[in-house]
Ligand binder design. Structure first.
Ligand code: ZN
Length: 74
């Protein structure tokens, strides 16, 4: 079994407490984006993060497909 499908976490941990800003979502907002330094960073969980790369979208799609088949590999 390979474990290389997981996204690499290259950002340093942030000191702020911030949860996903998607309404009704209680996930931790570990994915931030700000268009410029003067704009406050907005935060989302991985699933709701609207600025994912193509590769990150593929990872999420594979996870959803696996969940639908009921064979999630942790
Ligand atoms: Zn979310």
């Amino acid at each position: 079994m390979s474990d290389t499908d997981k996204p690499a976490l290259t950002n340093a941990p942030q000191m702020y407490v911030h949860y996903c800003e998607e309404e009704g979502c209680k996930e931790w907002g570990g994915w931030g984006n700000s268009p410029s330094p003067v704009v406050p960073t907005r935060w989302w969980c991985f699933e709701h993060f609207p600025h994912k790369s193509y590769e990150q979208e593929q990872v999420l799609r594979r996870k959803r497909d696996a969940a639908e088949r009921g064979n999630i590999v942790q």
